[in-house]
Design a protein around this ligand. Structure first.
Ligand code: SF4
Length: 260
């Protein structure tokens, strides 16, 4: 087995490793296997993320993009995916998702604009321990009307946030907040994809996160990856996992070996 050394970690890898299937994290981040299949919901999320990024980048330059242009950004991102491999849930079609995207774009255009945008997709990097760096990208950094620094993340969600969704997002944005040397406000801009879509701006409380527990998650993930702590967690998430073709193949190989 090839020895690996983990020098840097993002919050998303830590979350994937500590709360999901570690086999998936290895296939993704260590083995670098290609993904086959993308869930329509994930594609909707990344498409809308591209929309908000373009919108705020244009605002930073003093321009305001209209709904048509923003929808073309969404479509362009959607079309990057292999159309034959998009996995739709029971309730959605491409048409229903595109309509939802248009409604979310309207909500984005109606939302209050940040006072003074400082950065979009700001790379964040700092040393957590002697041998581990934290890396990430903060969606939006701006100053509010009182001059305070705000770190904000743009999210889409099928439903209003549960306590656990809120905690996970707080932990993620907290990770970016630690990069800055001045006090920051943490925020999530939540686009909820209910029948009538809603927009909520939620203030996140950094005190909800225990620094020592948060740090342990990064250290445990580093150790787990370096010591090949690989196990499968079969769950409903397997349905939209881009690596399920490998999992099935490995199972078939094992069955054939046992039968031989
Ligand atoms: S298909 Fe399921 S068990 Fe296999 S890697 Fe994906 S999430 Fe893990």
């Amino acid at each position: 087995m090839k020895k690996i050394t983990v020098n840097s970690l993002s919050y998303s890898t830590v979350k994937q490793f500590t709360e999901g299937c570690t086999h998936q994290a290895f296939l993704d981040k260590v083995d670098r296997c290609p993904k086959i299949g993308t869930s329509a919901a994930a594609l909707m999320g990344s498409g809308f993320h591209s929309v908000s990024e373009s919108y705020y980048r244009a605002l930073l330059l003093g321009h305001k993009l209209d709904a048509d242009v923003l929808f073309r950004v969404f479509e362009a991102r959607w079309n990057l995916a292999n159309q034959d491999e998009i996995i739709f849930g029971a309730k959605h079609t491409q048409e229903s998702i595109f309509n939802q995207a248009k409604q979310l774009i309207e909500l984005l255009l109606e939302a209050e604009k940040p006072k003074e945008i400082l950065a979009i997709e700001k790379p964040v990097q700092y040393q957590l321990t002697d041998d581990l760096k934290v890396i990430g990208k903060a969606d939006l950094i701006f100053r509010d009307s009182q001059g305070r620094l705000v770190v904000s993340d743009v999210k889409t969600s099928a439903t209003a946030y549960s306590d656990s969704d809120l905690y996970n997002t707080t932990e993620q944005v907290y990770t970016y907040g630690l990069f800055f040397s001045e006090p920051v406000r943490l925020k999530v801009q939540l686009f909820i994809k209910t029948k009538t879509p809603r927009y909520e701006e939620i203030e996140l409380n950094a005190d909800d996160v225990n620094f020592s527990d948060w740090k342990d998650k990064f250290i445990q993930t580093k150790r787990g990856l370096e010591h090949n702590v690989r196990y499968k967690v079969n769950s409903w998430k397997c349905k939209t996992c881009g690596f399920s073709y490998i999992c099935k193949q490995q199972c078939n190989d094992t069955i054939q070996r046992k039968a031989a």
